[in-house]
Design a protein around this ligand. Sequence first.
Ligand SMILES: [Zn+2]
Length: 156
Amino acid sequence: MTTGEIIVPASAEQKKNFQDLFYGDKSFKDKFMKKLKEKDKEYAEQFKPFCYTCAKLDYEDEVSRVEKEKKRKIGKTDTIPEIDIGDLSKYGNDLYFHYLGNKSINETQIINNIRVPIKAYMRFEYKCKERGHGRTIDMPYPVYEEKFKNAKGTKV
Ligand SMILES: [Zn+2]
């Protein structure tokens, strides 16, 4: 992308419009990727699995489907509609994953010059049902204990 042609300093909003005008669907892709990354982060912060890979694949499939369809249409169509694959939370739904189990991961700490293994975090393993992508959630042990003090070993 070259924005070197802009001589007058443009505001962020103007730059955005400029991109939409010149790059059309590309800016939609950027917008989608930004939204996807935010969603992924949101789930990671809650220690919940989210299939980023599936969401990205489904989006790319939809983009190529729309682009292919556009080529089939006779006559010039200059715009591609903004591509939407619906609510991204479906990729973080409990039903989207197989829960494979959990295990505690130790880390060695040196206490009074002695190397002591301590429980550092609880690792939860998941596999997405759609395409088998593995997802690992590492929950710091204190968070795990607080969350599951009455129901140890339960999935997130
Ligand atoms: Zn997946």
